[in-house]
Design a protein around this ligand. Structure first.
Ligand code: G6P
Length: 615
């Protein structure tokens, strides 16, 4: 978590860094700070709160001139969110300044050593220890900043993306990466650094993504020298051309990124299958799958590893893969999997699902799986992300940047991509007939239009949101393919409206949650026509006889549930396996409208961050 930005070149650094921080706020927003070099000295300002709070404060506090600077937006790990713990941090001499995204795990022993050597600390952060370690090495060994950073980082256990500069050498910034992302934008006689490429998109489309255990010395008007932190060897920079554009990372007339991203789902889903699903020829083409077909076909088991919403996509995929490919599937929370000595065999296929491609637990889980010889396939949205690079093969969802912290289009595009993979494997294995295969391709191609139709319930959902916005608890129920959707619906509501919500398999209701039901409890039930419709109708009746208030998601034209439920929201009919792509939509909108009515910060809910690069 945390976002970092830096600039060195010929323009004023302050506006570039400030806007960059605003774009990176999805990574954390507990505090923010900027350090600039004004030609003579370092000018630093930081504050608890958001980048807007920093903007209000900074101009009355420091001069914002200078063509070199670094900035940080924080998601607190070590030390509570307050002004002192905010980044950037000075070294004791005041000569060096640092921003850091990550965690230094051996900070205590490093701190003890530094205290013995006369250093003192004003904050509770691990970052302040790191900058003083760098200073200590620099003075003790009488080396340049780059070398000092390298020696210091070789003593560090943990994760980092750091940027450091020295007021006595104001023509360079030193950056380094292990575990947290770091991109370098290569402009015309100017360089940008950032946690992702969005802060410099309007200035350059050329970027270098540092690999783990690499550092770079970025020299004004000159070059970028990349070296391996461990052995100092030089690395040839690989400059990529960015495919993103500015429009994709702006709100485009919507009140919030989350709403924009909900409404983008028809096109995002299309982008996921574009060029891969060729319905006329009845083929699915995905290089990552084709090239590794043997590994997939020999797999005795597929293990999905993921966190949060991506884990819910894994649960939907479990139903899809077992159904279509007839292969045993396990779905694991990456954080549990990596620490519980799991049984992983060489012919297991591990599919890691991650929007950001940076989630620390998912990354660690795939490293563990690889070390045991399993084949790792990454399903990520962010191109060039750590999980994408660490995987043996993979496929991108191509959903476009997702900025709202609560994941929406990432979920439906992950399900779309995983459905494509399952269909392709089912065809190769012969577990699906050719007519059924064709039917699935045709139906999948119709999903974007059907999502559009589902989005038309927006006004109705707004009215329902208004009725229930003040209740303290919600229950979400679904069966089969829609059980994970119930979990996801409950998660969305919790995340952005702070209302307690639980998702449950509908039939499990009678083993506990039914005790919670009374006339004050709204229960969202996914009751689409296919699947376990009759069973779910019985569950609805059980709720009704306990006076629960039912909000049902039904198939267009349904009449049975309509008579029982207090409210019904219709979605178009599709194959049972594809219903999650439609039933998810009203649940996203319901949570969105409730949160807006409660005046919560929809795009930046408290305590959360989009990219969780700490375990
Ligand atoms: C955070 C985000 C969630 C996301 C989860 C996993 O908790 O707030 O929206 O689902 O991380 O992230 P990933 O990028 O791995 O999908």
């Amino acid at each position: 978590m945390c976002g970092i930005v830096g600039y060195i070149g010929h323009r004023e650094a302050y506006p570039i860094i400030l806007n960059g921080l605003k774009r990176l706020e999805y990574r954390g927003y507990d505090s923010a700070g900027i350090a600039l070099f004004d030609g003579e000295d370092i000018k630093l300002s930081k504050t608890k709160g958001k980048v807007n709070d920093l903007e209000t404060k900074i101009e009355s506090e420091i001069s914002t001139n200078g063509t070199l600077g670094i900035g940080h937006t924080r998601w607190a790990t070590h030390g509570i969110p307050n002004d002192v713990n905010s980044h950037p941090h000075y070294s004791n001499s005041g000569n060096l300044v640092i921003i850091h995204n990550g965690i230094i795990e051996n900070y205590e022993s490093l701190k003890k050593e530094l205290i013995k050597r006369g250093y003192s600390f004003t904050s509770d952060t691990d970052t302040e220890i790191l900058i003083n370690l760098i200073e200590d090495v620099k003075l003790k060994e009488n080396v340049k900043l780059g070398k000092a950073v390298q020696i210091a980082l070789n003593q560090v256990v943990g994760a980092y993306a750091v940027a450091v500069f020295d007021k006595d050498k104001p023509n360079e910034i030193v950056v380094a990466k292990l575990g947290s992302p770091l991109a370098i934008g290569i402009g015309d006689n100017e360089f940008f650094i950032a946690s992702d490429a969005t802060p410099f998109l309007e200035y350059t489309k050329n970027a270098i993504y540092l690999e783990d255990e690499e550092m770079a010395i970025i020299r004004r008007h000159k070059d970028v020298e990349i070296r391996k932190i461990k052995d100092d060897s030089l690395v040839n920079p690989y400059v990529q051309e960015l495919q993103m554009n500015l429009e994709q990372i702006e709100k485009g007339g919507y009140d919030h990124f989350m709403l924009k991203e909900i409404f983008e789902q028809p096109s995002a889903i299309k982008d996921t299958y574009r060029g891969r699903l060729l319905s006329k020829e009845a083929i699915i083409k995905m290089a990552g799958v084709e090239d590794n077909m043997k590994r997939f076909l020999n797999a005795e088991r597929i293990i999905f590893v993921a966190c949060g919403t991506s884990w819910h996509a894994g649960l939907v995929a479990e139903y899809i893969f077992e159904d279509l490919v007839r292969i045993p599937v396990e779905v694991e929370y990456a954080s549990e999997f990596r620490y519980r000595n799991p049984v992983i065999k060489e012919n297991d296929v591990v599919i890691a699902i991650s929007q950001s491609g940076e989630t620390a637990d998912t990354l660690a889980a795939i490293k563990l799986a690889k070390s045991k010889g399993a084949f790792v396939f990454g399903v990520c949205n962010v191109v060039g992300s750590s999980i994408a690079r660490e995987s043996d093969a993979g496929a991108y969802t191509h959903a476009g940047p997702e900025i709202g912290v609560a994941s929406t289009k990432a979920f439906t595009t992950q399900i779309t991509l995983l459905t494509l993979i399952a269909l392709r494997l089912a065809r190769a294995k012969g577990t699906i007939s050719s007519s059924n295969y064709r039917l699935h391709l045709l139906e999948l191609e119709m999903i974007p239009e059907k999502v559009k139709a589902a989005l038309k319930s927006d006004n109705l959902i707004k009215k329902i949101a208004d009725i229930y916005k003040d209740v303290p608890n919600f229950l979400y129920l679904g069966r089969g393919y829609n059980f994970p959707v119930a979990l996801e619906g409950a998660l969305k509501l919790k995340e952005i409206s702070y209302i307690h919500a639980e998702g449950y398999p509908a039939a499990e209701m009678k083993h506990g949650p039914i005790a919670l039901i009374d006339e004050n409890m709204p229960i969202v039930v996914i009751a689409t026509k296919k699947g376990h419709y009759d069973k779910i109708v019985s569950n609805i009746q059980e709720i009704k006889s306990r006076k629960g208030r039912i909000i049902a998601i039904v198939t267009e034209g349904d009449t049975t549930v309509k008579e029982l439920a207090d409210h019904v929201i219709e979605v178009p009919e599709t194959l049972e396996l594809l219903t999650p792509l439609l039933t998810t939509i009203p649940l996203q909108l319901l949570s969105y409208h409730i949160a807006v009515m409660l005046e919560k910060n929809v795009d930046q809910p408290r305590n959360l961050a989009k990219s969780v690069t700490v375990e």
